[in-house]
Every structure is written in structure tokens, then in C-alpha cells.
Design a protein. Structure first.
Length: 420
């Protein structure tokens, strides 16, 4: 077995480390172990884009397909300057495990382009998206691999991907992506789905720990689609949001922040900073505040060996993918922090992506309340399956989620056999 020393900084190493821990506990045979440890396909593309000033720039992009054992590959596409192939490989595998945890019939994939969206114009982003789509065209499709939004991509980007794919197919293929605008075959409730899933699992965790006697206090890192929706829904549910942050920094008020007013403020000011009656703190400080629950919803490796001992929250509910490193996991567990791991906590997004894909293929669209109630059902069932697994096998919740997922994927791989 390979030994990794960089699990604190390399997301792929961290994913493989966690996979190894779970695989050993499951006594996965050597063949299955090798089969599931690596992706099925890694695609790298160099994407030429004409910039608005007339220059040509080449952007590097990836799409990694980890597994299609349980169904089409599924996963978002992120646009960010620090995207790496290892990161995308890790996130692709995490999508396989995530889809298996919530038991939807998909495998896992992830895409990324190294670029800096805030510095690009809408026209440049559109040309980048369309050319990238053209370069991965033969590898995606409703039956093969279905992209979705992730960091710095949104409904508009999905509409461009859908249109580019459709122009080549010579017909409108809505089911090639999820997270589309509702008018273009998107699902009601998809935009809120990840944040709503976080609320639902957080609520289950609070009940499980008998913390229902007073409104829980919550600190949220990240105020993008996931963090801001989680904040809004938790605030509406009576939770006391004491701190939030965005890329510029954080704000804190131990008496609670009015999220409705904050959303109006960020709509105008594009940052949480400067919101009245709050103290300015750093992004790192948000993680270490006294609170009942911490919801990291920004990016990976935020909670690591150095700051994990300072975490005071009783519950860690991971909105982001991979916010906690393996060494931090050990420290948090020793300190009795109850973990709702990413592949469970943030699986609401891909769950409603599945509902969207079903609706597109069916050509029949559901009411928002039906989407929401099915999402609730899936998240509550999955939470109890993971926690039940943890109790039965006496492992932490992350290992339990990995074990549950790997077991489900391994089972179908065994049934399908190895085609030679
Ligand atoms: N990017 C989201 C995630 O990491 C959603 C993926 C999807 O809906 O396919 O789970």
C-alpha cells in the first residue's frame, strides 16, 4: 500500500487515506480495492479563448470520471485559479461516495478549469464554457456523465453547457446537466438544495445530541450559494447565526446576526464586511468561535492539524467538500466533536440534481413541495444510516459514511464483474 505524507495539503491523498481506512474495515478484497481506488478516466484539455481585448489565452481544464458502476457519472464543474488535477480526482471519487451514501443511481465525476472568474467578462466566461464543453463533448451526456454547478459556476454556466451540447446533438438535451435555470428544465428547489440538506442533517444531529432545549448557535464559513442558503434557512428555523464570512473576511455578533437583513446588505455591497452591529474577524477566526455548530462551506483543508485543537463547536457539519484534513479528524474526534461528514451533509445538492435529471427525462416537472419533501426523506434516512453504521461498527461518522458508500459501490462492481 502506498504511504501518503501529504494528506494535510493534498485532497487526493486525503481521500485515498480515508478510502484505505474504510476499505480495511470492510475487508475489501485486493481486486475491488484496486478497482475503486483510482478513477476510470482523467481528461485534460487546453481550452483556447479569445479575450475581449483580442488576445488569445489558453486555459487548462479537467474532467475526471471516477466510477460509473452505479449509473452515469455525476458531479460539478468548478472554476478557480488554484484548481489542480489531484483536487479534481479527489472530488470525483467523493462524488461516487456521496451518491452512494444517499443511494441515488449515479457514479462520480468532477470537472474544473484553472481560471479567475471575477477577473473575466461574461463574454469570456461564455466562450470558455462553450469551448471546454466542446472539448469534453464525447465524454458527457445524460447516460454517461452529467455535470452540475460547483465553486464559481452557476445556472447560467449550466445553460451554456446545455446549449453547446444541444447544438452538436441537433436537438435540445436538457438532461446533460443539472442545476439549470428552471425555465430550461431545471428543478424547483435545486438552488437551495445543498443548503437545505445541511439544515436537515444539522437538525438531526441536534436532536441526536439532545441539544434542542435552546436555539443552537452557529458559525458559517463561506457565503456563496451553500453558506448563504444554509444561513438563511437556519435563521428562519430559529438558529442563532453568530458569525459568517466570505473571501474578504468574517463578521461576528454573539447575540446573533439577522440573516434576512444581511442578505439585503450583501446584495448591494457584495460582501458581508461592514454589516452593522458586527465585529470584524478573520476567516480563520470564524472557525474557532465558541458556538454549538460550525458549518465550513467554503473550500477544502480549512480545518487542519494546527487549528483543530482550537475548535469549540460541538457539531461540525461540512457544507464544503473536504474542509477537514485527516489529521484534524483525529483531533476533533478525541475532543468529542460530532461530525456530519461532507459526503452526507452536502449531498442535498446532488440529490435534487438526481430529481432534476429524472424530471428532464420524464418531461414532467414536480412541485417545489414534492422536491423538498423527497429531499428531506433522503437526507434523514441517509443521516440515520450513516450514524447507525458508525454505532454498529464503532467507527467515526466519516469512516462510517465511506464504509456505507464503498460497500454499496463494491456490491454492484462484484455483480457486474470485470469485463475483459
Ligand atoms: N457540486 C455539487 C457537489 O459537490 C453538486 C454536484 C451535482 O449536483 O452533480 O455535490
Amino acid at each position: 500500500m502506498e504511504q501518503f505524507t501529504d494528506t494535510e495539503t493534498n485532497l487526493f491523498s486525503a481521500m485515498v487515506y480515508r478510502f484505505d481506512v474504510a476499505a480495511q474495515k470492510l475487508n475489501l478484497g485486493e481486486g475491488l480495492y484496486k478497482f475503486l481506488r483510482y478513477p476510470t478516466r482523467e481528461i485534460s484539455v487546453y481550452v483556447p479563448v479569445l479575450l475581449d481585448d483580442g488576445r488569445l489565452e489558453i486555459f487548462k481544464g479537467f474532467r475526471v470520471q471516477h466510477s460509473f458502476a452505479r449509473g452515469p457519472c455525476k458531479g460539478g464543474i468548478r472554476y478557480a485559479p488554484d484548481v489542480t488535477l489531484d483536487e479534481i480526482k479527489a472530488l470525483a471519487a467523493e462524488m461516487t461516495w456521496k451518491c452512494a451514501v444517499v443511494n441515488i443511481p449515479f457514479g462520480g465525476a468532477k470537472g474544473g478549469i484553472i481560471c479567475d472568474p471575477p477577473k473575466m467578462t461574461p463574454g469570456e466566461l461564455e466562450r470558455l464554457t462553450r469551448r471546454y464543453t466542446a472539448q469534453i463533448l464525447e465524454f458527457i451526456g445524460p447516460e454517461t456523465d452529467v455535470p452540475a454547478p460547483d465553486i464559481n459556476t452557476n445556472e447560467q454556466v449550466m445553460a451554456w453547457i446545455m446549449d453547446t451540447y444541444s447544438m452538436h446533438a441537433r436537438r435540445t438535451v436538457t438532461a446533460v446537466v443539472t442545476g439549470k435555470p428552471v425555465e430550461l428544465g431545471g428543478s424547483a428547489g435545486r438552488r437551495e438544495a445543498t443548503g437545505r440538506g445541511i439544515l436537515v442533517t444539522a437538525r438531526e444531529a441536534i436532536k441526536k445530541l439532545d441539544m434542542t432545549s435552546k436555539p443552537p448557535t452557529v458559525a458559517i464559513q463561506g457565503f456563496g450559494n451553500v453558506g448563504s442558503t444554509a444561513a438563511r434557512l437556519m435563521h428562519a428555523d430559529g438558529y442563532k447565526i453568530v458569525a459568517v464570512s466570505d473571501i474578504h473576511g468574517g463578521i461576528y455578533n454573539p447575540a446573533g446576526i439577522n440573516i434576512t437583513e444581511l442578505l439585503a446588505f450583501t446584495g448591494k455591497n457584495k460582501t458581508v464586511l461592514g454589516f452593522p452591529n458586527t465585529e470584524r474577524i478573520s476567516n480563520a477566526e470564524v472557525l474557532e468561535l465558541p458556538c454549538d455548530m460550525l458549518v465550513p462551506s467554503a473550500t477544502e483543508n480549512q480545518i487542519h492539524a494546527k487549528n483543530a485543537p482550537n475548535i469549540k463547536a460541538r457539531i461540525l457539519c461540512e457544507g464544503a467538500n473536504g474542509p477537514t484534513t485527516p489529521q484534524a479528524d483525529v483531533i476533533l474526534q478525541e475532543n468529542g466533536v460530532f461530525l456530519v461528514p461532507d459526503i452526507l451533509a452536502n449531498a442535498g445538492g446532488v440529490t435534487v440534481s438526481y430529481f432534476e435529471w429524472v424530471q428532464d427525462r420524464y418531461g414532467y416537472f414536480w412541485r417545489e413541495e414534492d422536491v423538498t419533501s423527497r429531499l428531506h426523506e433522503t437526507m434523514i434516512r441517509s443521516f440515520h444510516e450513516v450514524v447507525g453504521f458508525a454505532e454498529k461498527f464503532k467507527v467515526d461518522n466519516r469512516t462510517a459514511a465511506y464504509m456505507l458508500a464503498i460497500d454499496r459501490v463494491a456490491h454492484v462492481v462484484k455483480m457486474r464483474g470485470y469485463y475483459a
